[in-house]
Design a protein around this ligand. Structure first.
Ligand code: APR
Length: 252
């Protein structure tokens, strides 16, 4: 059995023996669904777009035309993506009671589409938008239709305020579900990080909160020193192997 197989087996054992398991996912779990991540060398979105120029509150409020031509395109580019096997395995692990929740930094909605139910979207979502003046929530489709018809910035039909997408932009506060995620990770026995460079706070702090940390990620992260096990391989095949290892162990 090679090193990776041993590591997979140890992660499988840790998941099965832990009373509570949380999973933290990042953009790396969705690259196999065709969505580029942000920081992979050569392909990451931030290699060709300045995040502060694309997805920040400063640009949204001071230069909405720029926001709705660059950042909004990134947001809308994920609408038709499909979950990959990593998302489906996590949904199955939840149904089998092996994991308690998925905390995701992703706004691509793929955990929901794969059937996961307890999903904490700590960077918001691309299903909705809202008016910054009256707070009225709208579907992202309505926002996209307004932008598509040239209404930039899109305005609220109730009060005339500016409409914005429900994603967390650089400069935004995190949604309440981050506090829930914090409490969940503090109480859980094992945090499994999948596909995140753990570069962005405060979400990356979750990796230092938990009793046991294991990481599935191609690139290095600042929290590697805290991880009991690191598997530097593609999330899809690692999650497939994890599922098989758990099935084999359960069959004994
Ligand atoms: N399998 C495993 N790991 C992968 C895969 C894959 N198929 N593809 C990419 N990775 C790894 C990369 O090596 C990288 O370390 O996933 C990580 C993705 O890191 P980032 O691109 O930094 O994405 P993420 O950690 O989710 O970024 C956090 O930053 O820009 C903000 O709001 C944005 O939510 C995002 C946050």
């Amino acid at each position: 059995m090679d090193m990776q197989d041993q590591a997979i087996r140890r992660v499988a054992e840790a998941i099965m023996e832990s009373g509570s398991v949380c999973v933290l996912t990042g953009a790396g779990i969705s690259t196999e669904s065709g969505i580029p991540d942000f920081r992979s060398p050569g392909t990451g979105i931030w290699e060709r777009v300045d995040p502060m120029e694309a997805l920040s509150t400063a640009v949204l409020y001071n230069n909405p035309r720029k926001f709705y031509s660059t950042g909004f395109e990134i947001i809308m580019s994920m609408q038709d993506a499909r979950p990959n096997r990593a998302h489906h395995v996590l949904a199955r692990f939840e149904k089998e009671g092996l994991i308690d929740a998925v905390i995701t930094q992703n706004i691509d909605n793929l955990h929901h589409r794969a059937g996961s139910e307890k999903v904490l979207e700590v960077h918001g979502d691309t299903r909705t938008g809202y008016c910054i003046k009256c707070g009225k929530r709208v579907s992202i489709r309505l926002l996209a239709d307004k932008v598509g018809s040239g209404q930039i910035p899109p305005v609220c039909e109730e009060c005339g305020g500016i409409l914005r997408p429900g994603v967390v932009l650089f400069g935004d506060m995190l949604p309440d579900c981050f506090n829930e995620a914090w409490d969940l990770v503090k109480r859980c026995d094992l945090l499994l990080v999948i596909g995140s460079s753990l570069n962005v706070g405060p979400v990356n702090n979750l990796a230092s909160l938990c009793r046991r940390l294991m990481i599935v990620n191609i690139g290095v992260t600042p929290y590697d020193g805290l991880a009991e096990i690191i598997i530097r391989d593609k999330a899809g095949q690692v999650l497939d192997s994890l599922q098989r290892a758990i099935e084999e162990r359960s069959a004994r």
